[in-house]
Design a protein around this ligand. Structure first.
Ligand code: F3S
Length: 409
């Protein structure tokens, strides 16, 4: 690998032992994947911040960087969703040990210079890399979004590599950092009607299963909203390992079909039949004791829609509306939060059921998120129903979901 003078000095230990270790990790990774050089970066979104995911090994790694070696991050670094909403620690019954360990992780990251954003949608709160910019991002749904919708470039980073990138300001130039690896190699012709974020989740879930680690190109999607694309990104990255996709005429690298995909690649069609197939997988009825909306974290647009649906209603189910603190603050200012709380639903920030320490059993989980529907059954052995937002709210108000035999939206 060809390194600059500064990179060689980092590797030689001139900037301290932890920077040397970080550069070692990145150079080793680069050699494994055939990188010829490093890319200079300024933007990191770090995963592995939840104590539930990172455990004591991750805690010690970040504490070493912050306190033992006194490192500082070179890049603007936002932090992914954590394992707790500190404003609700007692209410949601988190254990004392978990609360303390999570706090230690956050303090160490803060010492390193990271921003305590604690969200899986950093692009909703101001971390918006430029088109073509090399970045180091973790969190599967955010990776798919930043590569595909914003056109920035990242591989899938984990906690240690994101930290190494933030400290050195470098990532090895391989994989999705290179033009030649960003073309599509799997065509999806969309013929089904896509009306809700949930529908985009059904599409993403189906295609994620088919495509494995290839790069899907969608044809036939018109005028999706940012929220639709957030849902599609999360679903593709949960049932599959999709880190980049293109939509012809919509995403920035796919303005022309011939520029982004070669003739003769494998192709599938997504019709109402395939949509129904995924719907049937997550179609349970019964007492809906848990309703989760906001996986990935809600934007202010989603919060507004939820508030309008909940106005003058009372929920019977436990309802978690997941978002970030900045979006919650805006929702408070605009009156949406009060409307939501008056209904009995909760606005839960910084965390989500997947990354939090869960404290109870559920009978039926209702969600509009394909990603949540994918993870919930394995995590809590719970039946999960995947329905549009309006139906999620309907089931929360009734405390029951009676099901629908056909998709109406
Ligand atoms: Fe975000 Fe948690 Fe879903 S991190 S994408 S809300 S699983």
């Amino acid at each position: 690998m060809k390194l600059t003078e500064e990179e060689k000095r980092m590797l030689a230990g001139e900037f301290g032992d932890f920077t040397k270790k970080a550069m070692d990790i990145l150079v080793t990774l680069g050699k494994i994947y055939g990188a010829e050089k490093m890319c200079k970066i300024y933007n990191v979104h770090s995963p592995g911040v939840s104590y539930r995911v990172t455990g004591n090994a991750g805690l010690n790694f970040v504490k070493d960087a912050a306190y033992k070696f006194g490192c500082k991050m070179k890049c603007m670094t936002t932090l992914n969703t954590i394992g707790i909403d500190y404003d609700k620690a007692e209410e949601l019954k988190f254990s004392k040990n978990f609360i303390e360990k999570q706090r230690e992780i956050l303090k160490a990251y803060e010492e390193l210079g990271a921003l305590g954003t604690y969200t899986c949608t950093p692009y909703s709160i101001g971390n918006i890399p430029k088109f073509g910019e090399h970045v180091a991002w973790g969190e599967s749904s955010a990776i798919a979004y930043v590569n595909s919708i914003l056109g920035a470039r990242t591989n899938r980073e984990g906690g240690p590599t994101a930290l190494a990138a933030a400290i050195t300001g470098r990532v090895p130039a391989y994989g999705l950092h290179l033009d030649k690896n960003r073309k599509g190699d799997f065509l999806v012709r969309v013929e089904a009607d896509l009306q809700s974020d949930r529908d985009y989740g059904l599409l993403g879930y189906y295609v994620g299963q088919q495509v494995e680690n290839r790069i899907p190109v969608f044809e036939g999607i018109e005028n999706p909203t940012s929220e639709n694309l957030k849902s599609l990104s999360a679903a593709l990255a949960s049932s599959g390992a999709v880190a980049l996709y293109h939509i012809i005429g919509v995403t920035p690298e796919a303005q022309n079909k011939e520029d982004i995909i070669a003739e003769g690649v494998e192709e599938i069609v997504f019709t109402e039949k395939e949509k129904q197939e995924v719907f049937d997988k997550f179609n349970y009825t019964g007492d809906a004791d848990m309703v989760v909306i906001g996986c990935p974290h809600c934007s202010i647009v989603e919060i507004k829609n939820i508030a309008e649906l909940l106005r003058n209603k009372t929920v019977k189910s436990e309802v978690w509306i997941l978002t970030s603190k900045p979006v919650e603050a805006l929702a408070e200012r605009l009156g949406f939060k009060r409307t939501i709380l008056e209904s009995g639903a909760q606005v839960v920030t910084d965390t989500c059921p997947v990354l939090a320490e869960t404290v109870r059993d559920y009978n039926l989980m209702v969600t509009n998120s394909a990603k949540m529907a994918h993870y919930a059954p394995g995590l809590w052995n719970v039946d999960t129903t995947l329905i549009p937002l309006e139906e999620c709210i309907y089931s929360a108000v009734n405390g029951y979901w009676g099901g629908s035999h056909e998709i109406t939206r």
